[in-house]
Design a binder for this molecule. Structure first.
Ligand SMILES: [Cu+2]
Length: 150
């Protein structure tokens, strides 16, 4: 009787051990997968390097004046001049309405005044063509265009 019980107890212990190791493995597997997934997502974000547009004083200009980016890829304006610049497609800020456009459904972006050495980053989520201006230098011809592709 006791022998049978001992035999019965042993496989039971074995089973419990096997069960727990089976249960542990998928947990570890899930952790590794989650880590790989997180790394993959981060890797994708890192892959979308920002496109840099310089804000220049002489002549007041965006360089390059026209850029093409992908949806979700950040655009970074960098004021490399000695005066204040800006970037906006807000029609309320433009002297000539034709200088600013954006695709239907897109929200206007506005850097406000970017001081010398300053930067402004914006990420476009709606594909289409954006025409924008530097508010202080619109009439000096400081205009740009961003084409956002899917
Ligand atoms: Cu400017």
């Amino acid at each position: 009787m006791t022998g049978a019980c001992a035999l019965k107890g042993a496989p039971d212990k074995e089973m419990r051990h096997m069960l727990s190791s089976i249960l542990k493995r998928p947990t570890r597997f899930a952790l590794v997968m989650a880590g790989a997934l997180a790394f993959g997502v981060a890797g994708t974000a890192l892959a979308a390097d920002p496109v840099i547009i310089q804000m220049r004083d002489v002549p007041p200009s965006f360089y390059p004046a026209k850029v093409t980016v992908k949806v979700g890829q950040p655009v970074e304006w960098k004021n490399i001049g000695n005066t204040v610049h800006g970037a906006t497609d807000n029609p309320g800020m433009a002297i000539q309405k034709a200088d600013v456009t954006e695709p239907a459904g897109a929200k206007a972006f506005d850097s406000g005044f970017v001081p010398p050495g300053g930067t402004y980053t914006y990420t476009f989520n709606t594909p289409g063509v954006y025409k924008y201006i530097c508010v202080p230098h619109e009439m000096a011809g400081m205009k740009g265009e961003i084409v956002v592709k899917k």
